[in-house]
Design a protein around this ligand. Structure first.
Ligand code: UN1
Length: 487
């Protein structure tokens, strides 16, 4: 271990390579976005030499872990899940403190992470292949799954423990070694997860953690010849770059990127239900979810009622410090997100959007990245505000004549992550589920907020590669081998 890198032990986040905790060659501060005077701690950033060290450690770890038994994998993952769940309040508080989502949302996310480890503990026991008779008499064919090897996991700040969990757990369950690089904006939750994993009984090198920026440590990992596969959640712009490198290097890649998710509200919808789906989907977690509803596509007969009921409900939303009881929406995660939000809002208004709700900064006694949720009307589905992901509490209401136009408008997007519909008609719901271009569809439910045991992902430019979560995660984390045996 490099001692000079390790001199500062007050870091909130350090690197974990080959079973040892290490400092870094530079540092940044992890700051609470609800209260900028609250410093969570310095983060030790890895350098390129540490990327090489981590890949070497993981290559060794991958060899060892590939031979582990399903029982060993179950025990490790189940133990990690148990510790996460037993510490959900404490870890939820840390998560909300560094990311800015409310405490109930933070605890909910930690619970999801714990459950994901429990789910994949079971999947480790159920990983199965197949057996067929050959076309040649007496010959048997079996089809097995093998781990991919060393997997780089690059994760965003908006689900700082759940996304690391839903990539790490299946990677380990199917016998791979992992190098996790969480976002440097909210790295303490992943660091806490790494501490739990470090005590779980995994052999050295099977799990490694590197802190750093995407364009530095992330890029070095993606390009590294010792990394066999890359799973990334983040922006479309970065996803495209990663896909290009992985294509060139012929590495397996899985990308979860943005959304511009439509929520269709039809004339026959239950108005209270539609408004609560819109409020939850568009504004909770401060709209910082790739599954957020940012286009509310509403048919004429209910349009006026929907806009007035939604703005009335928005007036009652409590914005505040993420850790204060009663807060429903916390701050944005960073100055960068705040600038992006204000930039999109300003441009939309210049282009003629009307502000049905929002505008002034909320009066909060802490200095943090607070904004008021925004509802826009009179925008066109072609305008920039309805094409690009804002990643903040901002939604447009798009007025349409009828269901067919609503469906066409919903589909008129380069993205296709999640789509929702509020209607009392089973026939319309069935038609929407068939014809909407999205990887996930919600009927009378918010577009955001998914279960952990079923596949997650989108169509069109929202996702690339095989699905995450649920049983189909096995496709990305394993490769097939077909073996023929003659008597
Ligand atoms: C959810 O809506 O419950 O980055 C999950 C994101 C998504 C996760 C959304 N990958 O926002």
């Amino acid at each position: 271990m490099n001692k000079t890198r390790d001199k500062n032990s007050n870091f909130c986040c350090r690197n974990f390579i080959g079973g040892e905790w290490q400092g870094g060659s530079s540092e940044i501060l992890n700051v609470n976005p609800s209260d900028l005077s609250d410093i969570i701690g310095p983060v030790a950033l890895a350098d390129r030499a540490m990327v090489d060290e981590a890949v070497a450690a993981a290559s060794h770890g991958a060899e060892v872990w590939a031979t582990s038994t399903p029982q060993q994998r179950f025990d490790v993952l189940d133990g990690i899940g148990t510790e996460i769940l037993s510490r959900r309040e404490e870890l939820g508080k840390l998560l909300s403190r560094e990311e800015g989502k409310t405490l109930p949302e933070g605890i909910g996310e930690v619970t999801r992470a714990g459950n994901i480890f429990k789910f994949y503990a079971g999947e480790a026991l159920r990983s199965e292949g197949g057996r067929l008779d050959s076309l040649r008499p007496g010959v048997e064919v079996d089809i097995r799954r093998e781990p991919e090897g060393v997997i780089a996991l690059i994760t965003p700040w908006n689900f700082p423990i759940a996304i690391p969990a839903w990539k790490t757990a299946p990677a380990l369950a199917y016998g791979n070694a992992v190098i996790l690089k969480p976002s440097e904006i909210a790295p303490a939750s992943a660091n806490a997860l790494a501490e739990i994993i470090a005590r779980s009984g995994l052999p050295e090198g099977v799990f490694n953690l590197l802190h750093g920026r995407g364009d530095d440590v992330g890029a070095a990992l993606v390009a590294h010849s010792g990394v066999n596969a890359v799973s990334f959640t983040g922006s479309q712009k970065i996803g495209r770059k990663i896909a290009a490198v992985c294509g060139r290097e012929m590495k397996k890649v899985q990308l979860e990127m943005g959304g511009k998710n439509p929520l269709v509200v039809l004339d026959d919808a239950d108005i209270d239900r539609a408004v609560s789906c819109a409020i939850d989907g568009a504004f909770f977690s401060a709209g910082q979810r790739c599954t957020a509803s940012s286009r509310l596509i509403v048919t004429e007969g209910i349009y006026g009622k929907f806009v007035s009921a939604t703005t009335e409900a928005m007036g009652k939303i409590r914005i505040g410090h993420a850790l204060e009881a009663g807060t429903q929406i916390g701050p944005l995660s960073s100055q960068m997100q705040m600038d992006k939000f204000n930039g999109y809002l300003g441009r939309a208004r210049e282009e003629g959007a009307k502000l049905a709700f929002g505008g002034p900064e909320p009066a909060i006694s802490y200095k943090g990245y607070y904004v008021t949720p925004v509802l826009l009307t009179d925008t066109d589905n072609d305008s920039r505000i309805n094409r690009e992901e804002v990643f903040g509490p901002l939604a447009s209401v798009i007025r349409v004549a009828d269901y067919e136009t609503a469906l066409q408008t919903a589909n008129d997007s380069l993205y296709g992550l999640c789509a929702g519909i509020c209607t009392a008609s089973l026939a319309r719901a069935a038609d929407f589920k068939n014809r909407v271009q999205a990887g996930m569809v919600m009927v009378n439910l918010p577009t955001a907020g998914v279960d952990y045991h079923v596949p997650f992902g989108g169509s069109k430019e929202s996702s690339f590669g095989s699905r995450e979560q649920g049983r189909p995660a096995i496709e990305f984390y394993t490769k097939l081998k077909t073996a023929y045996t003659a008597p």
